[in-house]
Design a protein around this ligand. Structure first.
Ligand SMILES: *Cc1c(COP(=O)(O)O)cnc(C)c1O
Length: 387
């Protein structure tokens, strides 16, 4: 079956009520008919739900759908994107190990290493740039894992997934990709050699700005070491959130098509503006990663970044003159969201620190929503032409 069909038709077994749409199972535990059945469940002789920290039908439904859409044998859902990411590191790295991370990964991912994993004896190096040579020279005898995001946030750098796949294979490194910006609809890192794919389901997978969630997709062998941690540490996704996310997956393809269409139109519109120094969008020919993006992504994604000639002053002015777009740090919502990182999410950093992660003073990020493109462009024009 094709992506769209799987996303809609894959579901848990119908209950005796013959419901058309899957129900929610908001229950913390499950019951047994006899002491023998309970014994067999606990000794894993039979497959049975025991307790919702271990498994829950609503959560399993979402996990099964995500595995099918990412093309993996299995998947695990967690309460947020960050708890998924933490789980991967906690279970696949040990004291004395070393990991290579792209400097452009999500801020909290880097904080996990600065504040926790380094304290527990795990070494890390942040690598700047998409060139594989910079990564090759950083490999040490104790390097175990490579972790990157493509497209990255907010600079929209494109990493060549296949290239990194062979690099990791040659060095025997576990290859983990945060696929949040692309979603499984636009890109499947597994096809390019990734071992594990992580998601913040909070973004496009929910897609409606309602809930937090995370997913880890991979084959049984690399997921197995995560299961004891999931069961005992309990970063579990709630049945209600899992149910919402399963429903959201049914519309992921149509939503992504429109997100990408609106973002591409925004990028073209901005490209012609005198106030704009450059536009960053993976499917614009001027993007340094254009050829690679065309190979590994189905469309350019829903995020556009651009640099205003007027720097900090122009950035703040734009934000203060738009009327419809939401001023918010989130992304992947039905509502178009505009962010000026230098004066908001990254304002605590010095200019030098910001520039090291590609956040210049005039950088604006827009997460294209699903409103009519004419209204989005009109609002943007209001902000750009403000005196
Ligand atoms: C938001 C985000 C995360 C963190 O996910 P939460 O659901 O907020 O915990 C991780 N990676 C990327 C790329 C993100 O955008």
């Amino acid at each position: 079956m094709k992506f769209e069909t799987l996303a809609i038709r894959l579901r848990m077994k119908q209950t005796g009520e013959k419901e058309h749409s899957s129900p929610i199972f908001p229950t913390s535990s499950f019951t047994f008919d006899s002491s023998e059945e309970m014994r067999a469940a606990f000794s894993e002789e039979i497959e049975a739900n025991i307790y919702s920290r271990y498994s829950n039908p609503s959560v399993s439904e979402f996990e099964n759908k995500m595995a099918a859409l990412e093309g993996t044998e299995t998947a695990l859902a967690t309460a947020s994107g960050m708890s998924s990411i933490f789980t991967v590191f906690a279970c696949h790295l040990k004291q004395g190990d070393h990991i290579l991370l792209s400097q452009a990964v999500f801020g909290s991912t880097i904080k996990l290493f600065e504040n926790f994993f380094s304290k527990w004896g795990i070494q890390y190096d942040l690598i700047r740039g998409t060139e594989i040579t910079q990564w090759q020279v950083a490999v040490k005898s104790n390097t175990k894992m490579v972790y990157l995001e493509t497209p990255s946030n907010p600079a929209l750098e494109i990493y060549d997934l296949a290239n990194f796949g062979s690099f990791c294979k040659n060095h025997g490194l576990l290859y983990v990709v945060d696929n949040c910006f692309a979603t499984p609809y636009l890109q499947n890192p597994i096809l390019f050699g990734a071992d594990l794919v992580v998601h913040s389901a909070t973004k496009y997978i929910d897609g409606q700005g309602r809930i937090l969630g995370g997913v880890i997709a991979g084959n049984n062998e690399v997921i197995a070491p995560l299961i004891p941690f999931m069961r005992n540490a309990g970063p579990t996704l709630s049945p209600f959130n899992a149910w919402l996310l399963s429903k959201s997956l049914e519309t992921l393809a149509v939503r992504m098509d429109r997100h990408c269409e609106n973002a591409a139109k925004l990028a073209t519109f901005l490209n012609d503006k005198t106030e704009v120094k450059y536009v960053n969008y993976p499917f614009l020919e001027s993007h340094p990663g254009f050829d690679v993006a065309r190979l590994q992504m189905k469309a350019g994604g829903g995020i556009v970044a651009f640099e205003l000639k007027g720097g900090m002053v122009a950035g703040k002015k734009l934000i203060d003159h738009i009327q419809m777009m939401s001023i918010s740090p989130n992304l992947g919502d039905t509502r178009t969201i505009i962010t000026h990182p230098a004066s908001s999410t990254h304002s605590k950093l010095t200019l030098t620190q910001r520039e090291a992660v590609g956040i210049t003073d005039g950088l604006i990020r827009i997460s294209a929503g699903l409103e009519h493109i004419d209204d989005i462009l009109e609002d943007l024009e209001l902000g750009l032409s403000a005196k």
